[in-house]
Write a protein that binds this ligand. Structure first.
Ligand code: 5AD
Ligand code: FES
Length: 352
């Protein structure tokens, strides 16, 4: 079947077989991509018009107990300058973000067990107390279901945990043997069961990834049906075991964004910082391929450079207000506008 026909069918049914996805990924032309993006934009505009949601990202610790082969803050990277923000510093970031119009915050960090579950819970409560109209997202890795439940009860309603790859063997090639794919997927299921709006995701072009793996990502996402999907190109980090590996490409990342939009029409789909790092217009192109979220950085400038998961990460010298303004201009330049509402998944409240 022609690639265009497959895209038509995906637009109609929002699902293809793994083989069909593989066929698109291996055979598409530049024209096919344009065709896909047009449909992706049409679909996203049905639900979200020209709106782009913003989430303020607060990277509060780069300590991590894990040793993922691709990541700059892996525990065995002796060159990483470690930092952790105190509670008052995190609250200050949130306050600043609130002043700038943000109504949703993502608290992200390495798996840093020096913050107890209770400290995180208290932090969530304090932000909620100060700003009851805000949504809080946590992105701090794998924990017990009871802990996830406790944080949810404290007021966190969203959780980002990229699954990194839907293929167990591929997961093992990207992580040390202490880390388990099954456990990661179990965490995602637990989060969903508790009632979080859940974000899954993966890197495009990570070492050993094939077209069949990417096709499987789409099948996995269709089946798991997350509220959000964070994807970005793999970018080599100079101190990591993958320092010499090839980066993921703009083209393949955009293709995946378009295919995800047609597979999960209502999904919250960020045009990520990594996409903006491999191409100066990466995030704008991501929006034009079907993305509908951007996540400017609200971390204090003094620590930004230290949260380098990959080389040459953008926005490490800019103040929060600069990133806010910069993204606004970038979105306007392609005919979209930032909205500061909480940006919930469209049918989240209808479902409950
Ligand atoms: N390149 C691109 N993305 C990376 N991440 C970690 N290291 C890299 C890298 N070298 C992504 C992972 C993780 C998220 C926080 O950042 O997918 O889940
Ligand atoms: Fe940070 Fe452009 S978004 S400088």
């Amino acid at each position: 079947m022609e690639t265009k026909e497959l895209i038509d069918r995906l637009e109609r049914d929002h699902i293809l077989t793994q083989e069909e996805y593989t066929a698109i990924i291996t055979n598409h032309t530049t024209q096919d991509m344009e065709y896909l993006f047009e449909k992706a934009r049409k679909l996203r505009e049905q639900y979200y018009q020209k709106d782009v949601y913003v989430r303020g990202l607060i990277e509060f610790s780069n300590y991590c107990k894990n040793d993922c082969f691709y990541c700059g803050i892996r525990c065995s990277n002796r060159n990483a300058q470690r930092y952790r923000l105190r509670e008052d510093e995190i609250l200050e970031c949130a306050n600043q973000g609130y002043e700038l119009g943000f109504r949703t915050f993502v608290l992200q960090g390495g798996e840093d067990l020096s913050y107890s579950a209770r400290q995180i819970g208290e932090l969530v409560k304090k932000i909620k107390q100060a700003h009851p109209d805000c949504a809080i997202t946590l992105s701090i890795g794998e924990r017990e279901k009871e802990v996830y439940q406790y944080w949810y009860d404290c007021g966190a309603q969203r959780y980002l945990l990229r699954h990194e790859t839907a293929t167990k063997e591929h997961y093992q090639a990207l992580h040390p043997k202490e880390m388990s794919w099954e456990h990661r997927i179990q965490c995602l299921r637990d989060l969903k069961e508790i009632g979080y709006q859940v974000g899954a995701g993966f890197m495009v072009g990570s070492p050993y990834q094939t077209a069949a793996h990417l096709a499987k990502e789409l099948c996995f996402l269709k089946d798991f049906d997350p509220h959000m999907v964070g994807i970005g190109p793999f970018i080599a980090q100079k101190d990591s075991p993958f320092a010499k590996e090839k980066n993921g490409t703009l083209r393949e990342t955009l293709l995946m964004l378009g295919l995800i939009r047609l597979t999960l029409p209502k999904v919250l789909l960020p045009a990520t910082t990594a996409l903006g790092t491999i191409d100066p217009k990466g995030r704008e192109k991501g929006i034009l391929a079907g993305a509908n979220v951007v996540m400017p950085n609200l971390s204090p400038v003094s620590v930004r450079k230290k949260y380098e998961l990959y080389d040459n990460k953008i926005c490490t010298g800019e103040e929060s207000a600069q990133c806010r303004g910069c993204l606004e201009n970038r979105m306007e330049s392609v005919g979209y506008h930032i909205v500061t509402s909480r940006g919930d998944y469209v049918s989240f409240f209808e479902n409950k």
